[in-house]
Design a protein around this ligand. Sequence first.
Ligand code: PXP
Length: 254
Amino acid sequence: MACPPDAAPLLGVNIDHVATLRNARGGSFPDPVLAAQQAVEAGADIITFHLREDRRHIRDADVERLKTTISAPLNFESALAPEMLDIICRVRPQMVCLVPERRQEVTTEGGLDVAGQLGRVREACARLADCGCRVSLFIEPSTRQIEASAQAGAPCIELHTGAYANAFDAADEAARQREFERIVAGLKRGRSLGLQTNAGHGLSLQSTPAIAARPEVSELHIGHALIGHAVFVGLKQSVRDFQAVIARAAATHS
Ligand code: PXP
């Protein structure tokens, strides 16, 4: 799924928040799998979801239904946990993104510490590759973690854009610039090591364009702001709006 460097980044639509809404009332509505279908119909390139160990949003039955009904590639976000790796190797999604996971967190906080557990990450990458999955590691844009990801044998990294997005939303110009430069340096370092470089977390319609304008970005994975925007414009229109800002930004690739 690597894009040529001058193509617009692919959009991975994260459907976890639809499941959160469903689970709030304990029933089956709204259905995250139907949301995934509609997102694909509207132009989502990839469907992203996180089966957390506590099953707080996406559940095992959702994963089975996603696998049998969604035509776009599935990007299965997962903790580095034996139970999850077993599920992934049975379900065989096209893509896996290994993320850190803490039970108390509201959302994925920080990136995976690849450098601090290189052997374990390398083993997981090899096992998932044997199962036919393209593996990505969700990491902070730090040279240490990027270099460790290459050593772990992952073909792909997703750089955590949360700090950049938070600075953008807070209109903290100095922090926004600093975080943006960290991301650009990380994208370049990743590419120089032969990695596919993706980005995601916290991105909104407003903060996405600067990231999408970077020619090194192959995929963007976006959830909260896209599902939030859908409350006002509908899911299909929200996907189209995000695809439009990504395409406009990518048209500026030099
Ligand atoms: N990428 C990864 C690896 C994530 O864990 C998440 C959140 O589940 C996202 C992207 C999307 O983040 P957000 O919902 O803030 O757009």
